[in-house]
Design a protein around this ligand. Structure first.
Ligand code: C2E
Ligand code: CA
Ligand code: CA
Length: 539
């Protein structure tokens, strides 16, 4: 590992710094996730309100237009003309009979009279906004927000009827700054019925596809409504001013909650790091006090059932007798860098305990597990060379197991593994199948043997999808001329099946648990054949 990386790791490994980073990351994540959620909800509510508002306006407008048409038809059909008292009575009667008729008027160019004589009639002089064969329409006849002023006017012959703004807005009002528009001339012209004039077209991608009634832009919601008449559509435009205040409100509610939660996360991270730190300090003490032991799990030739070697496995038995699993302290030691000391310790122990046995049995080998940091630098080669020299053991009697996960930088690892092979060591890929080694990738690695992970051995003979993985790995290994070791064999049926598939070697509780040096030496020197017998874990 490069010194810069080690320095960077030691800076990062400060508990307070890590806890603060975790708390800040948690707060940022929580706040952004909740704000995103609130924004989405506010938008959904806005859209739903807009849909409801649009539908109600459409319904009301069709009611109003229908009634205005009926009233003006009725006026046009009756026979009274001129502005006499009879006409005034007719006009007033239409107003009484029809709820939406706010004003009815007669004008023949000479005379003008209305059911509301006080009403200003300047707009009537304006050319109609829509001129149909029968009816003429004036829209938005007053832009003032006065409910009593006319908003829609319809004329036939000499008669005009109008409705007030109040009739349009009594079911539902417009949002401030919003407009209700009538869109004419095949969508090219829009006249406001309610609210201010709006730029037309209202968005760059107008008109939307036929089935999409709502367009959402960053500052407005635009709702299009098809009417029964092909000549015009209605469009409702509402400004999107409601999101920000609601977000602000939500932020104030969320801020303390997120702060509390991230404080909790920071605290938990701090405790975890402290726990790991204290474990790492304990491990340091354990190494000093000799609480670590090395056991050897025998590896057998599956055909002859003779022991060909063993895997060195470390154990930590505390003074109170409790055993700490390597699965717990090895990953931690890998993080703190203490794994180097452990690897050295295992090598030292095995040569010290089994040096004589290895010298006497030149075909026997012991394999040692290496961590990622052992593979990334050439240090381990020097350590083992010194020990082999000291104990006069051949390099081919020490094998090294590396996991696929341990090959962080394949190029560097390849050089270091090749250097180990060059002096005679065997290199094994451990837990094969659980990492990311592909066939193409495997071809480029300097390895002698694959160890199939226990999970695939367990699956053998089951219907599970993974049951076919072990035979596949075996075929692959044979194609690459690699030997295969199956680990975690617990049943005779597994051993037989693996042997019939061409697997040469195996280890597992069927044959033996990890043994101490004395038990392992006994097993080898007596040449005990492990058929139907099993030796137990001494630790
Ligand atoms: P691993 O290298 O895959 O070691 C095999 C593990 O499977 C060992 O667990 C062994 O006791 C267990 N095992 C063997 N046969 C059977 C079986 O038939 N059934 C079951 N259920 N288990 C079986 P252990 O000793 O607890 O080691 C766990 C892991 O800790 C090892 O997995 C290895 O990754 C790591 N480890 C152990 N010792 C060392 C060491 O000295 N250095 C390094 N770097 N890692 C080590
Ligand atoms: Ca192993
Ligand atoms: Ca393994």
């Amino acid at each position: 590992m490069s010194p810069a990386f080690v320095r960077f790791r030691s800076v990062l490994y400060r508990p307070w710094l890590l806890a603060t980073i975790a708390a800040l990351a948690c707060a940022a994540l929580l706040l952004s996730a909740s704000l995103g959620l609130i924004m989405h909800q506010v938008q959904q509510t806005e859209i739903e309100q807009m849909n409801a508002r649009g539908e109600r306006f459409l319904e009301r407008l069709e009611q109003i237009f229908g009634q205005l048409r009926e009233s003006v038809d009725e006026l046009d059909e009756q026979t009274v003309r001129g502005c006499g008292p009879q006409m005034l009575a007719v006009l007033q009667q239409v107003g009484f009979d029809n709820r939406f008729v706010y004003d009815a008027a007669y004008s023949d160019g000479i005379e003008h009279c209305s059911s509301r004589p006080s009403e200003q009639n300047a707009d009537a002089l304006r050319a109609p906004d829509i001129k149909g064969p029968t009816y003429s329409y004036w829209l938005n006849t007053s832009t003032q927000p006065d409910d009593n002023l006319a908003a829609l006017r319809l004329a036939r012959g000499s008669f005009t009827v109008s409705t007030s703004r109040g009739h349009l807005t009594d079911v539902v009002d417009l949002a401030p700054g919003g407009s209700l528009l009538v869109v004419l001339d095949k969508g090219t012209r829009a006249i406001p019925v309610l609210g201010p004039v709006q730029a037309w077209p209202p968005s760059a991608d107008w008109p939307p596809p036929a089935q999409q009634p709502l367009v959402v832009t960053h500052d407005s919601l635009i709702y299009r409504m098809f009417t029964k008449s092909p000549d015009y559509q209605l469009v409702l435009i509402s400004p999107r001013t409601s999101v920000l205040p609601k977000m602000n409100q939500a932020l104030w509610a969320l801020f303390p909650a997120s702060l509390l939660l991230s404080w909790c996360v920071g605290w938990i991270v701090l405790q975890q790091i402290r726990e790991r730190r204290s474990m790492s300090a304990e491990l340091q003490g354990a190494l000093r006090r000799g609480e670590l032991k090395v056991l050897y799990q025998p590896i057998f030739d599956l055909n002859s059932r003779r022991c060909v070697g063993a895997e060195a496995l470390v154990r930590w038995r505390r003074p109170d007798g409790t055993l700490t699993s390597p699965d717990l302290f090895i990953p931690m030691a890998e993080n703190t860098g203490q794994i180097r000391e452990i690897t050295d310790f295992v090598l030292q122990q095995l040569l010290e305990q089994l040096g004589q046995l290895l010298r006497a049995n030149p075909h026997l080998y012991i394999s040692v597990n290496l961590a990622a940091c052992d593979v990334m630098v050439p240090r381990i080669g020097r350590v083992v060379a010194r020990l082999l020299d000291q104990y006069r053991v051949a390099a081919h009697q020490i094998a090294f197991e590396v996991t696929e996960r341990g090959l962080i930088d394949v190029v560097v690892a390849r050089d270091n593994l090749q250097a180990l092979r060059d002096v005679g060591h065997q290199v094994l890929i451990d837990d094969f199948g659980t990492g990311y080694c592909s066939l193409a990738y495997l071809q480029t690695l300097p390895v002698d043997c694959l160890k199939i992970d226990k999970a695939f051995i367990d699956a053998l003979g089951h219907d599970a999808a993974s049951s076919g993985v072990a035979p596949h790995i075996i075929r692959m290994a044979h194609a690459l001329q690699l030997r295969v070791i199956a680990e975690g064999i617990e049943f005779e049926a597994q051993a037989l099946l693996l042997s019939s598939e061409g697997v040469n070697y195996g280890q597992g509780w069927l044959f033996a648990h990890p043994l101490n040096a004395r038990q392992f030496s006994e097993l080898v020197t007596r040449g005990r054949r492990m058929i139907g017998r099993r030796m137990d874990d001494e630790a």
